[in-house]
Design a protein around this ligand. Structure first.
Ligand code: ZN
Length: 295
């Protein structure tokens, strides 16, 4: 029997805005499908997460099935599973959710027409999606080593090729204004403290817009989007209490809907302040408070 999609999500609403809370992040696929069904187009996604969440859909499951000898062509099997995702069909989505592993849900959603483009504000990969100029620079480094590269070190703004799965991890340097070279562990603490500060998000949105412009979208907020937040992006009480929440509130206000992953264990694993632990329940209450204030 097909599981109705609302069994995967807790549906809340604030001043008419739909909010979907899930425990495991990949269950957000159910919420995105519910939003998709209410529209005649696929919305974009802007996600704030510790992790990049940009793995290919069903990679873990396909690998496991191939490794244990139940499947011959791993990649063929994986691509077949993606092709079977039908967002009009509850049973198909429930099956997909059952077979998705960590960090594979965004690719699953973009490759099945649930989402259009996805932009990931994240803290685990400073390079993010590589620009054309960076790829050329790296190729030149490899070709000329041990001599210096012929291609100059790229500077922003840069250009990007559209990704086949339309998923983009936004690059970052550090917290805004950091002068430390190289960046260090203290940097990471301050950067994560400022994850939803206006100055940090403004910079992330500018970087994302540099990417989106390359496929004709003038800015990250120029097309309808779902705002998705994984609570493991917050590593301290400071982080969930920005001094200037204006940009974060604008992202909330203009979102079609909001999805939140509570990811209790990831929150614990990524937390950086031993003196002041917050559990994901408490973070969720703080976040819902922000959403209410923003609307
Ligand atoms: Zn730094």
């Amino acid at each position: 029997m097909a599981m109705p999609l609302n069994t995967f999500v807790k549906h809340l609403s604030a001043k008419g805005k739909d909010i979907y809370v899930v425990d495991d992040h990949h269950k957000a696929l159910a919420a995105w499908v519910l939003v998709r069904r209410s529209l005649d187009f696929a919305p974009n996604l802007i996600t704030i997460d510790h992790h990049t969440d940009t793995h290919e859909a069903f990679l873990g499951y396909a690998h496991c099935e191939a490794y244990e000898g139940r499947v011959e062509g791993q990649e063929e099997f994986r691509v077949g599973l993606v092709a079977r995702i039908d967002w009009r069909n509850d049973a198909s989505i429930a099956e997909a959710i059952g077979n998705l592993r960590h960090d594979e849900h965004i690719d699953a959603a973009t490759c099945s027409g649930v989402l259009d483009n996805a932009f990931c504000i994240q803290l685990s990969d400073s390079e993010g999606t590589l620009a054309v100029e960076q790829l050329a620079f790296e190729a030149s480094m490899r070709e000329n080593w041990p001599n210096p590269p012929i291609v100059p070190k790229p500077r922003r703004p840069m250009t990007y090729d559209p990704a086949p799965n339309r998923v983009y991890a936004l690059p970052f340097d550090c917290f805004i204004g950091c002068q430390a070279r190289p960046h260090n562990d203290d940097c990471l603490v301050q950067q994560s403290d400022e994850i939803i500060e206006a100055r940090y998000l403004d910079d992330q949105i500018a970087r994302g817009s540099e990417i989106s412009r390359c496929f004709g979208l003038p800015g990250l907020e120029a097309a309808p989007y779902i705002l998705d937040i994984d609570l493991d992006a917050f590593h301290s009480r400071r982080a969930i209490n920005p001094e200037d929440p204006s940009t974060f509130y604008r992202l909330i206000k203009n979102a079609l809907a909001i999805t939140i992953a509570t990811e209790t264990e990831c929150v614990e694993a990524e937390w950086l302040d031993d003196e002041d632990q917050m559990k994901s329940d408490e973070l969720l209450q703080e976040l819902l408070g922000h959403i209410n204030k923003a609307l």
